[in-house]
Write a protein that binds this ligand. Structure first.
Ligand code: KMH
Ligand code: ZN
Length: 302
């Protein structure tokens, strides 16, 4: 590994989970901003942003809320702000891309394939409202849609906005979809890839699958053609993949979007706590944590 620098992304709230899963999940714009600023203070260089309906906590993709949260975060820290282009159920790709085309963020997520996104295995808790139970159960029949037509159009919209995509790959086939885009001249190398492992309906949060996906990406694009990060969904996957990425020269994503536990016997109280734990591992494995400005340099964003 020649470059020892490492950055941490923090996925603050998520677009699939429901607030009744944990009181630590930030919901209102004020809560999301406060949680993001604290995560940046704890060492997060990228803040991955979804928004929620303030009254209920239901995941939505409201442009006004995105604007409010992005402005608050921009004022409070110098992390790279990375809204989602994942959108909400039933939205067209143009609607999903509005946060990119209207807010022109430095970076945003770009999802690389369609798959079943099941969270109906989440335990029902007494804190959950009836709509939350219904929402979780509804994911038995939920397809997260990212067709070739969607992806090709989204690539154009990202380019027009000058936003760097973070390519979210949840399974090996998504890397081949990315290669299809490369063949059509839709990628600007070096690209940044996030291996999101552990979603029901896609791949497992195991070290073997991370290695397999990393090896596949190298074989398709070449070692120097991409930077990468690992996001393990669930516990202990989040920290196992963080440690693996640190060893293999990748970057790290943690956060309450992906995992609600900080230790086997302790639920996370905040995003900052997850960032702090992951980044404590970095110097132990000879990696040098960088904040927003350093991450911009690594990603070619300056
Ligand atoms: N909305 C979820 C199905 C991302 O942040 O880019 C996943 C998602 C991913 O939105
Ligand atoms: Zn997300």
């Amino acid at each position: 590994m020649t470059d020892r620098r490492v950055f941490c992304s923090c996925a603050l709230t998520g677009g699939m989970s429901v607030p009744g899963q944990s009181a630590a999940i930030p919901v209102t714009p004020e809560e999301i901003v406060a949680s993001g600023v604290a995560a940046a203070e704890a060492g997060a260089a990228i803040l991955h942003v979804h928004v929620r309906e303030p009254e209920t906590g239901r995941p939505i993709a409201d442009l006004g809320l995105f604007r409010e949260v992005l402005a608050g975060l921009r004022e409070g820290c110098d992390a790279i702000l990375q809204p989602t282009s994942g959108g909400g159920v039933g939205m067209t790709i143009e609607e999903r891309a509005r946060v990119v085309t209207e807010c022109r963020p430095e970076m945003a997520t770009f999802n690389c394939g369609s798959f079943n996104f099941g969270i109906f295995g989440v335990r029902h808790r007494p804190e959950m409202a009836p709509w939350e139970i219904e929402y979780l159960e509804g994911t038995r029949d939920y397809v997260f849609r990212n067709t070739f037509a969607d992806m090709f159009r989204l690539a154009e919209l990202f380019r027009e906005a000058g936003t760097k995509p973070e390519y979210e790959v949840y399974d090996v086939g998504h890397l081949y979809n990315l290669a299809q885009m490369a063949d059509r001249g839709l990628l600007d190398f070096p690209v940044h890839v996030q291996f999101v492992l552990g979603v029901m309906g896609a791949n497992a949060a195991s070290i073997e699958q991370l290695l397999h996906m990393h090896r596949t990406a190298v074989s398709l694009f070449g070692e120097g053609a991409f930077t990468w990060s690992a996001a393990g969904v669930g516990y202990p996957g989040q920290f196992h993949l963080a440690a693996s990425a640190l060893m293999l020269g990748g970057h790290v994503r943690v956060g309450l979007e992906d995992n609600l536990r900080v230790a086997l016997d302790r639920r996370a109280g905040s995003n900052a706590e997850l960032v702090e734990k992951a980044m404590t591992l970095a110097p132990l494995l000879d990696r040098e944590p960088v904040a927003g400005p350093g991450a911009r340099d690594v990603l070619g964003l300056d």
